[in-house]
Design a binder for this molecule. Structure first.
Ligand SMILES: Cc1cc2nc3c(=O)[nH]c(=O)nc-3n(C[C@H](O)[C@H](O)[C@H](O)COP(=O)(O)OP(=O)(O)OC[C@H]3O[C@@H](n4cnc5c(N)ncnc54)[C@H](O)[C@@H]3O)c2cc1C
Length: 353
């Protein structure tokens, strides 16, 4: 257990903030011990993975648990498929790379997403036409209310666009320990996403390794490397609006892009937030040390010495302009820590364990 630990190197925005208490968790026993400590001291607990989806707005008043439980195990193999259990502290991209090397396919579209395996189910990470939830069989988590370990089937995870039960009913009460993926051995690939299809247009019968390489190349060309330019990926979610609202917006903005969302029975359209931000005039602009990435307006960046207030002010100015021009309220994808009404972070209040 450490005290007053600087978290700047542990969040991809590169923001400076201190954790009152900090503990590296590399075993279940260490997790249980740390939660007992928090309970005795009545400390709130924040679970930290790779820090690539958080905005550290201030010092964290309680205990930060840095999840580094490791391990990858093949559980079983059937004809054409394989079940793999991965501990929460494994690095996501390293896991995707490992699976490809084993001939376990399906995750290649999700290459190069930063962060840990344990955080992947939280917002059901997705990219290039695939979401992690499509390949998850179950999630094992510690229930901090009962102290028991639960296995939650994918069907009960309510996976949706950047959403899951872990951001809703289970927010603040489940610490993800491991995830079981059901991967396939066939070399069938998903190239439904337009820019991926375009990148592979010259490759007849693309293989999973081709998809992996293309995704890595596209991402490197379009997204800033957090090691060079602090960021947390897409800052906002793509808004999903009603079909009639979309139609009336299109009367004023004929080129407004959008595609029908499959997440609901009601007809809805997902509109690219990057387009709205760009139209609102924010592409490439900066406010002090905070800015909008010039190649992708959905990504807010730390130009070097940004303070959290500058990122927050920029996000608020963008939201205000988009709302004024389009009547659409942008919802942050990034978790604000400590929380606000914009999406408070998972704060576990441990019970007797
Ligand atoms: C350059 C860049 C590109 C990105 N591209 C994408 C993309 O294409 N698609 C996409 O979906 N996301 C993307 N992201 C966002 C981010 O990589 C993912 O959300 C990732 O899953 C976050 O993992 P993490 O370990 O860093 O989580 P953290 O940022 O550490 O935590 C995120 C949230 O999950 C909670 N959490 C973390 N681990 C656990 C656990 N074991 N149990 C319970 N709660 C936990 C935290 O408390 C917090 O609320 C990108 C980010 C960056 C910086």
């Amino acid at each position: 257990m450490q005290e007053n630990v600087e978290l700047q190197a542990l969040n991809t925005f590169g923001l400076s903030a201190r954790a009152r208490y900090f503990c590296v968790v590399d075993t279940l026993a260490a997790l249980q011990g740390a939660l007992r400590f928090a309970h005795e001291k009545q400390l709130p607990v924040f679970i930290l993975g790779g820090g690539s989806n958080i905005l550290l707005r201030d010092n964290v008043p309680g205990l930060v648990l840095h999840m580094l439980i490791k391990g990858i195990a093949k559980l079983s193999e059937a004809e054409g498929s394989v079940r793999v259990q991965v501990s929460c502290g494994e690095n996501w991209h390293a896991f995707v790379t490992y699976c490809l090397a084993q001939g376990w396919h399906g995750l290649e579209n999700l290459a190069l997403i930063p962060g840990s395996v344990g955080a992947a189910p939280i917002q059901n990470i997705g990219a290039y036409g695939v979401e992690a939830g499509e390949l998850i069989e179950s999630v094992t988590a510690l229930n901090t209310v009962t102290g028991t370990i639960e296995t939650i089937a994918a069907a009960d995870c309510a996976f949706a666009y950047r959403d899951s039960v872990f951001k809703r009913q289970y927010r603040g009460s489940r610490i993800i320990l491991s995830v079981v993926f059901l991967l396939h051995r066939s070399t069938k690939v998903n190239v439904s996403y337009a820019s991926l299809a375009q990148a592979l247009a010259g490759t007849p019968a693309p293989q999973p390794a081709d998809v992996f390489a293309a995704v890595v190349a596209i991402r490197r060309s379009r997204l800033p490397d957090p090691a060079l330019l602090g960021n947390a990926g897409s800052f906002f979610k793509n808004p999903v609006i009603g079909i009639s609202e979309y139609a009336s917006l299109q009367q004023r903005h004929a080129d407004l892009p959008g595609h029908e969302s499959s997440d609901s029975d009601v007809r809805q359209v997902k509109v690219p937030a990057a387009w709205l931000i760009e139209r609102a005039g924010w592409k490439g602009r900066r406010l002090g040390q905070a800015g909008v990435y010039e190649k992708q307006s959905l990504v807010l960046i730390n130009h070097g010495a940004a303070r959290a207030e500058e990122i927050v002010a920029l996000a608020q100015a963008i939201s205000r302009d988009v709302e004024q021009q389009f009547g659409i309220l942008l919802e942050p994808e990034v978790q604000w820590v400590p929380g606000t009404k914009h999406g408070d972070f998972a704060m576990y209040l441990p019970q007797e364990l």
